[in-house]
Design a protein around this ligand. Structure first.
Ligand SMILES: [Zn+2]
Length: 105
């Protein structure tokens, strides 16, 4: 099975949400499985990421639900692809942890 190579370590749960959520990791693994999505907790994080990093967790979760993990990861790998080595750059600091490339804008 394909796993998320980003913030979710294999067999672990979303580190951002689980601190304040009683359901993630117990009732389900992804926020889109929850009837309350997006809850205020997720909305807060989503807003911060949209402002700081130009990405939306809510949009990503919706895409993940609609397209499935394989297709979602394929699109994400392309979007964050490192031009030097083909690995992925971090959404947080634009760094590639595989080769040390730093994205500059
Ligand atoms: Zn690289």
């Amino acid at each position: 099975m394909t796993h998320c190579s980003g913030c979710i370590v294999r067999n672990k749960n979303c580190a951002f949400i689980k601190r304040d959520c009683k359901k993630i990791g117990k009732q389900f693994r992804f926020c889109f499985e929850c009837a309350d999505m997006p809850c205020s907790n997720l909305e807060r994080i989503d807003k911060r990421y949209r402002e700081r990093y130009g990405m939306s967790m809510v949009e990503n979760l919706k895409a993940l639900k609609e397209k499935g993990m394989e297709e979602f990861l394929r699109v994400q790998r392309e979007k964050y692809r490192c031009p030097e080595c083909g690995d992925v750059v971090s959404v947080h600091d634009g760094k590639c942890y595989a080769c040390g490339y730093v994205k500059r804008e």
